[in-house]
Design a protein around this ligand. Structure first.
Ligand code: GUN
Ligand code: FE
Length: 419
């Protein structure tokens, strides 16, 4: 199939690539076979879908989001991290023992990912295996890509949100061999304070045994970091606690936040090829801090974006792009190093090609990449004449999910999931 529209993406972070009235050739396997300014003669007989004056952009990727916190979206943002977890988050997550409740909320959660154009995500479920398996089923039914993590947590939190090393191991052993192309497990220790050494050890072993990726939280909040030092005095930094148990880059690893990652820890995550997931809405809402994103990029550390719902108040990756740009400007003003703020193309790149690299060849319109794409109708924003480079910028700052007309994941058009 050939898709025709104004094609916009970021093969490199420094600028948008814009192909007015361009063509993308997508083969049966859902992969991009070619991208053209003019249709080559040998493709003249291929069926064409023409989206006219609409924009065709890569789909969004949310590399850090908590599905069982969906019901708290936009609520309860008046406490710092540790108090917020105790007061609002653990009580809500404890409800996911109830599979009917879990299915109800998880269907709405996946529906909203679809709505926002988030075609793939890396998700924290709760500590409950049955509900987590249900979430994986709902993703499969919807046709969306996801890494889904049963959250391991067995200390320093209420019993209703805890599980055991044995339960987590049994679940992981079961899902590790499922081999679904789009919906896969990810090893998910919640964070050092809620994981015993036994839990961390088992998770590190299974990551290696089944070559499973890892996700967790790192250096988000000052009280949290102090607590980790008390709990693991033998470590040289917070990240070292994961490293000691094989949970830092032995397999592909996502670490959310990293607001206070510098010095030894920065060098450690760079050496271990950790991908930082920047969650600026959450960092503002919980007053956690501001991550040194420019420093990570200058050091060659890969960075993706996450909504971190419900620390983040919004499921839209577009809004996270906007916050990433704006908070980077505040960071420049308020810190002595005066590091350059993020350009629009850079923040868009983090949400598409950079985040997409965690799922394979995703997030950009290049030969061999999976066709994950959104068709955007921004006609209502074009009351004056705007160039395409201005239209993408206006869509990023002014647009929302209502402008997304068609969604593709791995070459397949994804219709509205059932609630
Ligand atoms: N650290 C441990 N758990 C959480 C969580 O649910 N949200 C955030 N933002 N940080 C965490
Ligand atoms: Fe989080």
């Amino acid at each position: 199939m050939i898709y025709k529209a104004h094609i916009i993406d970021t093969p490199t972070k420094d600028e948008f690539r814009i192909i007015p009235n361009g063509y993308i050739h997508v083969t049966e396997d859902g992969k991009i076979a070619g991208i053209y300014e003019q249709l080559p003669a040998e493709l003249a007989n291929e069926p064409i879908t023409d989206y006219g004056d609409k924009l065709l952009i890569p789909a969004f990727y949310d590399l850090h989001v908590h599905a069982p916190q969906y019901r708290n979206l936009g609520l309860a943002l008046d406490l710092p991290l540790l108090e917020w977890l105790e007061t609002y988050t653990f009580p809500e997550e404890s409800k996911f023992r109830d599979i009917a409740y879990a299915e109800h909320v998880y269907r709405r959660f996946v529906h909203e990912l679809w709505m926002q154009g988030t075609m793939r995500s890396s998700v924290f479920a709760s500590a409950h295996p049955e509900a987590t398996a249900k979430l994986m089923d709902i993703f499969r039914e919807a046709g969306l890509g996801a890494f889904v993590g049963l959250v391991g947590m067995d200390r320093n939190c209420p019993e209703a949100v805890q599980n055991t090393t044995e339960q987590v191991q049994a679940f992981l052993e079961q899902v590790a061999t499922e081999n679904d192309p789009l919906v896969k497990p990810i090893i998910t220790p919640r964070f050092i304070p809620t994981c015993s050494r036994e839990m961390l050890k088992m998770m590190g072993k299974l990551a290696k045994k089944h070559n499973l990726p890892v996700q967790s939280h790192l250096s988000e909040n000052k009280d949290e970091i102090r607590w980790v030092h008390q709990l693991m005095p033998e470590t040289i930094c917070y990240a070292d606690g994961y490293r000691k148990y094989g949970l830092l880059g032995d397999t592909p690893t996502l670490m959310a936040h990293c607001c206070y990652t510098k010095g030894i820890e920065l060098r450690m995550i760079r050496r271990h090829h950790v991908m930082v997931v920047h969650c600026p809405t959450s960092n503002c809402n919980l007053g956690s801090g501001a991550a040194p994103i420019r420093r990570f990029l200058d050091n060659g550390i890969p960075v993706a974006l996450g909504t971190d719902v419900s620390g983040g108040h919004n499921m839209s990756v577009l809004r996270v792009i906007q916050y990433a740009i704006q908070t980077s400007k505040l960071y420049q003003i308020l810190t002595p190093r005066k590091e350059a703020f993020l350009k629009v193309s850079e923040a868009f790149y983090l949400a598409t090609k950079s985040g997409g690299s965690f799922f394979g060849q995703c997030g950009c319109f290049e030969k061999g990449y999976d066709f994950d794409a959104l068709v955007v109708d921004d006609a209502y924003l074009n009351h004056e004449k705007y160039e395409l480079n201005q239209r993408i910028e206006r869509y990023i700052f002014l647009g929302d999910d209502r402008d997304i007309k068609v969604r593709f994941c791995a070459g397949k058009e994804i219709k509205e999931p059932k609630l």
